[in-house]
Design a protein around this ligand. Structure first.
Ligand code: HAM
Length: 426
């Protein structure tokens, strides 16, 4: 009995018609990272579960509800990576990168996995493009500004022009503690109006309440007085330098006091970028500073900052005209009779070895039908091999854009194809 399988819920195949768009985004990202001097890091798809529990926080949704643990290895405790920051910090510490460079500017592109309830723009396997700046020299407020500017530059280079950048600061660890005391105090008499999750969050991690989407919790949150009164002078001055630097660069942002982010590791600057086309409140990109994570994970006491954007959400937000076309094929080879098929195949290989992209139908059907296939392939030129070509020891080359054709010799073929393709704008 045959059985048809489906892709797991919350995952998606990226089919050939879409991969060029993904490649386009990845190419632009790599170019931008080169411009900003970030180099690529690749880490495993799974890590020890404890790494995520310690860094993202036991009470974060990502650890509490969404961590996908590997069942076969439960006792060893491995989980699929839900994000890139913790694995990169683990790699940074393990490979003593702090001894090799004062500032490590790292970027990554790859899949992340979370056991989410799937909906539009929210998948179980999704892809992030992210950057992390870690090291003894990574504590300068200009680096906060650089990371945010780079994030904005990336989104613009992908073709997104309409988005909002929300910015806030949580301050130092002591300021965060102060902030949570202020929140608890204000919520003290309102706990009964919160959802069940938030009632637990009140004692376990009060910041999480600010992210709750539940209507009754939102009403309570709207009644809170949230400001920067918890900040020390040091944190205030740090944040002022970040905003000044952003102003200088012409990056527009909105300060949102209630932006706290859902992961535990953040201190000081936090930010989120959202576009309006996603419909929900979901962010396109997010990040912030995490000055204690490296130390918490057994490394030196060095500061760090980073961000990650979701490729699927970027694609959902792109205007239609950005459905970029794949690079066209340069030549389609047509054999008019079975006896010329071998020669056609050989010529195709010679052309490919000479750097030309090409294909053929591998079936000798009528010229008309093969021409149709050449058209469908999007090839800019076609070459035809038949009795006449064999007799004259020439090859017919057709310009698929204008329909003209001429006979050329084998040793001129690559040049002629390249010239026609260049004319067609390739
Ligand atoms: P995050 O806010 O959890 O942060 O995720 C960053 C981005 O990943 C989101 O803004 C969104 O675009 C995308 N994303 C997250 N979950 C999903 C999902 N289920 N489906 C589709 N897209 C999703 C982090 O991951 C942090 N590591 C960011 C960071 C880097 N902070 C410092 N450095």
């Amino acid at each position: 009995m045959s059985k048809k399988f489906s892709a797991p819920r919350g995952t998606a195949d990226i089919l050939p018609a879409e991969t060029h768009l993904w490649q386009n985004i990845e190419r632009k990202a790599r170019k931008a990272f080169r411009q900003y001097n970030y180099t690529e890091i690749r880490t495993p798809l799974f890590e020890e579960t404890g790494l995520f529990q310690r860094s993202l926080g036991q009470t974060s949704d990502v650890v509490n509800k969404q961590l996908l643990e590997l069942a076969a290895n439960k006792e060893e405790g491995f989980a699929l990576r839900p994000e890139g920051t913790a694995p990169i910090v683990r790699a940074y510490v393990e490979n003593s990168l702090n001894r090799k460079e004062n500032i490590s500017k790292l970027f990554y592109i790859g899949p992340m996995l979370r056991g989410e309830r799937p909906q539009k723009g929210r998948l179980r396997q999704f892809h992030q493009i992210g950057a992390e700046v870690i090291g003894p020299g990574a504590g300068h407020p200009y680096l906060d500004a650089e990371v945010i500017a780079l994030n904005v530059y990336l989104l613009k280079s992908f073709g997104l022009m309409e988005f909002d950048l929300k910015l806030n600061t949580l301050g130092t660890l002591a300021d965060k503690e102060h902030f949570s005391r202020i929140l608890r105090e204000q919520l003290k008499n309102k706990v009964r109006g919160l959802c069940e999750d938030c009632r637990q969050r009140y004692t376990r991690n009060v910041f999480r309440i600010l992210d709750c989407k539940n209507k009754s919790c939102r009403d309570v949150i709207l009644g809170l007085r949230i400001d920067h009164s918890h900040l020390s002078d040091e944190s205030r001055s740090y944040f002022a330098k970040v905003t000044q630097a952003l102003d200088n660069l012409g990056v527009t942002y909105k300060i949102c006091y209630d932006l706290v982010r859902g992961l535990d590791y953040y201190t000081h600057t936090v930010f989120e970028i959202s576009g309006d086309s996603l419909g929900s409140q979901d962010a396109l990109s997010a990040g912030g500073r995490y000055n204690h994570l490296v130390n918490q994970l057994g490394g030196a006491d060095v500061p760090a900052i980073g961000f990650a954007l979701g490729i699927e959400r970027v694609i959902l937000s792109l205007p239609n005209e950005f459905a970029a076309k794949a690079e066209p094929l340069q030549v389609f080879v047509i054999a008019l009779d079975e006896q010329y098929l071998g020669k056609a195949f050989k010529i195709l290989e010679i052309l490919r070895a000479g750097g030309v992209s090409g294909d053929m139908s591998f079936q000798v059907t009528s010229v008309k039908s093969q021409m149709r296939q050449a058209n469908k392939s999007g090839a800019l030129t076609a070459i035809i091999l038949g009795e006449e070509e064999e007799k004259k020891d020439m090859i017919t080359l057709k310009d698929m854009t204008h329909g003209d054709q001429k006979q050329v010799q084998m040793d001129e073929l690559i040049n002629e194809i390249e010239t026609l393709c260049a004319k067609a704008g390739r």
